[in-house]
Write a protein that binds this ligand. Structure first.
Ligand code: BDR
Ligand code: CA
Length: 316
């Protein structure tokens, strides 16, 4: 079964790998990419999205979006993780194509309205574009098939602060709107992405299986891997953003829980995602006032990484 998606992204090494999966998997119909600041500034994000599509010899519309958070000042891009160019500082070819003339938010609105009930939004960066799309067309909540967000953390703790995951921390106000909008939403956070390690053996297979794109994925991975070696002591990297696509195509690899999400927008815990499970009563009802969402709390990590690798070597 084909899954038509818009991929909202801040590429980014792990974004790049996920984009390659979205282009390679026979059951994913990539309708377009929308870009956001996050791992890189917005111009670099758009450049990289266009470049990755060209390396795969694919015509994929790319619409540029949020350059900064909705409310808070923008933090500098994490160049120590993704490199200055977002792709591990490797030399990159020139980009030929141009971005769509529409904003990312307008692209989302137009694309979903053209196929109501069919399109999944897969968001793997800060959530300003989805928040802006909702502002343009609040009825989107009835018209998207589902929203899959790579971001947040329930039990795992944070990766940029003790409690916050990067995508949510980078724009907590947008995240609060998106995670509580009432559309069918699944959160794929650090609770599952940290259970997946893509090692050098798999990366060598991907490099061999993806031509020019494979060289860029492998070259950028080498830079990203050294960050994970220092930070988490693992030999490989966590393919965060690809996990959102694993949910799209192979949700049976995950365990989830239903409940209410909230995002802390101010103070020491800004960017923290709070989850009140459906079946629990708490001392007050204010944690449970938001619509139901689904959060991923478990994953078959090895199977998910094998799915990613197989997709990128053409065995999906
Ligand atoms: C998320 O933050 C970004 O750095 C990654 O691309 C991923 O989307 C992981 O916390
Ligand atoms: Ca990302």
């Amino acid at each position: 079964m084909a899954h038509p998606i818009i991929f909202d992204t801040d590429p980014g090494v792990d974004d790049a790998q996920a984009i390659a999966i979205a282009m390679a998997h026979p059951d994913i119909e990539l309708l377009g990419m929308t870009t956001t600041f996050g791992n890189v500034d917005i111009t670099t994000a758009t450049h990289n999205a266009l470049l990755l599509a060209e390396l795969a010899e694919r015509q994929v519309p790319v619409a540029q979006g949020a350059a900064a958070p909705m409310v808070k000042p923008r933090h500098p891009a994490p160049t120590h993780i993704h490199g200055d160019n977002g792709l591990g500082n490797i030399a990159l070819p020139e980009v030929q194509g141009k971005a769509d003339s529409r904003s990312a938010a307008q692209f989302i609105v137009d694309t979903v309205n053209a196929r109501p009930g069919e399109v999944s939004l897969v968001a793997v960066g800060p959530l300003g574009n989805l928040a802006a799309a909702l502002q343009l067309d609040p009825a989107l909540i009835e018209k998207v098939k589902q929203v899959i967000v790579m971001g947040g953390s329930i039990k795992e703790g944070g990766n940029v602060t003790p409690v916050a995951e990067a995508n949510i921390f980078n724009d907590p106000h947008a995240a609060q709107r998106v995670l509580t909008a009432g559309w069918p939403l699944v959160m794929v956070g650090l609770d599952v992405t940290h259970r997946c390690v893509l090692g050098p053996r798999q990366m060598a297979r991907i490099e061999a299986g993806q031509g020019r794109l494979g060289q860029v994925l492998a070259g950028s991975y080498a830079f990203y891997r050294s960050f994970y070696q220092q930070m988490l002591g693992i030999d490989g990297c966590c393919p965060h953003d690809s996990c959102a696509l694993a949910w799209l195509v192979r949700p049976e690899m995950f365990t989830t829980q239903r409940g209410h999400l909230n995002v802390v927008t101010e103070g020491l815990a800004e960017g923290q995602t709070l989850f009140a499970p459906q079946e629990r009563d708490f001392i007050e009802s204010r944690w449970s006032g938001t619509p139901y969402s689904e959060v991923c709390l478990g994953i078959e990590g090895e199977a998910a990484v094998e799915w990613m690798t197989a997709t990128l070597v053409g065995d999906a």
